[in-house]
Write a protein that binds this ligand. Structure first.
Ligand SMILES: *[C@@H]1O[C@H](CO)[C@@H](O)[C@H](O)[C@H]1NC(C)=O
Ligand SMILES: *[C@@H]1O[C@H](CO)[C@@H](O)[C@H](O)[C@H]1NC(C)=O
Ligand SMILES: *[C@@H]1O[C@H](CO)[C@@H](O)[C@H](O)[C@H]1NC(C)=O
Ligand SMILES: *[C@@H]1O[C@H](CO)[C@@H](O)[C@H](O)[C@H]1NC(C)=O
Ligand SMILES: *[C@@H]1O[C@H](CO)[C@@H](O)[C@H](O)[C@H]1NC(C)=O
Ligand SMILES: *[C@@H]1O[C@H](CO)[C@@H](O)[C@H](O)[C@H]1NC(C)=O
Length: 492
């Protein structure tokens, strides 16, 4: 079944030549690869080859490389796949199902393609089927196929065939201005706050952004600066976070893509770059990769900025924000407290005023009168016969004869009548005045309507007090009269 069909040595290099021709396809037989280097001429669509591994291989990495002599880079319209222990199968006439594939090489139509089969992922006797499915019937492909066995993870193209990077445990660490798995693509770096202007892009070009410290978000502004192209919709921008499987972004593999439209030829993008982590193998952050595809020629501008780029400025700004907000909060609190206090004070004042108004209204409206004790204090009982000894009457030299009868009860006094003398020097029966002032709560003299409330009585008492001697005399007199009269001592 498996048959070595046709090979010969070209020159002294020891490379076997395989010619995959129409006959092979029709016969449906496979090339069995036993050496590590073959020169292949492939004209037909389906070229399947097989190689078998032995026990000495299992600990090693297997690298299968296709290095094209024709056609050139970017024109290789061929899918390179490897399947373990089974032939790759076609799902339809478009999709090929295989264990390993070089998707990067396939989508970029690369003249260098490679597949690495990890060590210890296979057993002795396993068969690997290599199928190179050519999609364009007219072109003849000429390539070298190389099978390598290595102890360490091999890098694509060794990164060195283009001398633009170095191999770091299976990963090509590309020099600046170089991207992709094998560093084969020239790229323009976009730097923070360094605007790229009037950049002429022809066909497909690559760009990358590489950060120097941890960022969360970057702001990318990409736009067209000339209006030469009418077909904006055919201009595409693809983004991809750097990875070591798919390489640069393509229409098939990307994390984000957009196309321009005639009405909005510029476009700002905010890209979350939290997918760009520090890569400790490469001693740098992973890159954000861009592919721009222009059908013709177009002028672009790029500017990239980071919202919180300078952490020091940021901290200062944060501090300023914090202080300003603190000040605002304090001022607001002060204003609120002041307002509350002001209102409280107003309320208290209002209450006091209202109380006073109520009080004065009460005073004016309903009279309180005075108590018996107050009456006794301010207007002491005195026998009618002693009236002439009353200081007021004595002072005013009033003849007591004129006090004939009490104007309250209209009853005539006799010598033993118990009387009271008002500050306005009017005489009444003690009980009559008490009835008038205490019981009926009148605050005026029944005779002359002189005000006789607490305040006015106090005033009168004070005037009286100033004439101390007379008071003393009056007291003495009072004490001398032992007629069962109630003598109320002056307040201390
Ligand atoms: C390639 O040809 C072989 C032999 O005819 C066939 O078995 C295999 O399915 C074909 N592979 C593809 C992908 O067409
Ligand atoms: C695949 O192509 C063949 C011949 O070109 C055709 O007969 C067949 O119908 C196609 N199959 C599919 C699934 O397109
Ligand atoms: C590659 O092959 C496909 C399918 O045959 C074809 O449509 C396409 O034009 C080819 N591309 C190139 C660059 O030759
Ligand atoms: C880019 O082109 C525009 C218009 O052609 C021009 O005004 C501008 O100065 C150019 N900028 C640079 C940096 O060359
Ligand atoms: C970016 O796209 C690649 C390929 O489609 C995918 O494998 C990867 O997970 C994506 N990464 C993120 C962060 O979305
Ligand atoms: C980028 O440059 C364009 C053109 O000068 C300008 O309109 C835009 O505001 C800039 N964007 C940023 C994020 O700086």
């Amino acid at each position: 079944m498996i048959l070595i069909l046709y090979y010969f040595f070209i020159t002294a290099l020891g490379i076997q030549t395989i010619n995959i021709n129409q006959d092979y396809l029709e016969n449906g037989e496979l090339f069995e690869l036993e050496d590590s280097d073959y020169y292949v001429i492939q004209e037909v669509g389906n070229g399947t080859m097989v190689f078998q591994v032995s026990s000495v291989d299992t600990q090693k990495y297997l690298q299968i490389e296709l290095i094209f002599l024709a056609p050139g880079d970017g024109e290789v319209n061929l899918s390179f796949t490897i399947s373990k222990n089974s032939l790759p199968s076609m799902k339809d006439n478009k999709t090929i199902s295989a264990t390993y594939a070089d998707v990067n090489g396939y989508y970029l139509r690369k003249s260098y393609q490679n597949i690495v089969i990890p060590a210890n992922s296979f057993r002795s006797g396993d068969k690997f089927y290599i199928t190179n499915l050519k999609r364009e019937e007219e072109t003849t492909y000429q390539y070298n196929i190389r099978i390598k066995k290595t102890d360490s993870t091999p890098c694509p193209n060794d990164c060195t065939s283009v001398s633009l990077g170095y191999c770091n445990i299976g990963t090509c660490a590309c020099e600046p201005n170089r991207v992709d798995l094998d560093c084969s693509r020239k790229a323009t770096p976009i730097m923070i706050d360094k605007k790229l202007e009037n950049l002429t892009i022809t066909g497909t070009e690559y760009f990358y952004f590489e950060q120097t410290k941890q960022l969360d978000t970057i702001l990318l502004d990409v736009g067209i600066s000339n209006i030469l192209i009418s077909e904006y919709s055919q201009i595409f921008v693809y983004f991809m976070f750097e990875n070591f499987k798919y390489g640069v972004p393509t229409p098939y593999y990307n994390n984000y893509s957009f196309s321009f439209s005639p009405d909005s030829k510029t476009k700002s993008l905010i890209i979350d770059v939290s997918g760009l982590n520090y890569n400790s193998d490469l001693y740098r952050f992973d890159r954000l990769l861009l592919t721009i595809v222009v059908p013709d020629t177009c002028q672009f501008y790029f500017n990239i900025s980071v919202p919180s780029e300078d952490s020091e400025v940021n901290t200062n700004l944060m501090l300023i924000y914090f202080l300003v907000s603190l000040a605002v909060v304090l001022v607001l609190t002060w204003i609120i407290v002041t307002l509350i206090r002001y209102r409280q004070r107003n309320r208290v004042q209002n209450e006091i005023q209202q109380n006073q108004i109520q009080l004065s209204q009460q005073r004016r409206g309903q009279k309180n009168g005075i108590s018996v004790q107050q009456l006794d204090y301010y207007m002491r009982k005195i026998l009618w016969k002693n009236l002439e000894k009353h200081p007021k009457i004595k002072e005013k030299k009033i003849d007591t004869i004129q006090f004939e009868s009490c104007t309250v009860c209209l009853i005539e006094y006799d010598k033993e009548s118990i009387c009271r003398v008002t500050p306005c020097v009017h005489v009444f029966h003690a009980d009559c005045l008490q009835a008038w002032m205490v019981e009926k709560k009148h605050e005026t003299c029944p005779m002359c309507r002189e005000e006789l409330n607490e305040q006015s009585l106090e005033k009168f008492a004070e005037i009286e007090k100033s004439n101390n001697q007379e008071t003393q005399v009056f007291k003495k007199v009072d004490q001398n009269i032992q007629n069962g009269l109630i003598v109320i001592q002056q307040r201390p």
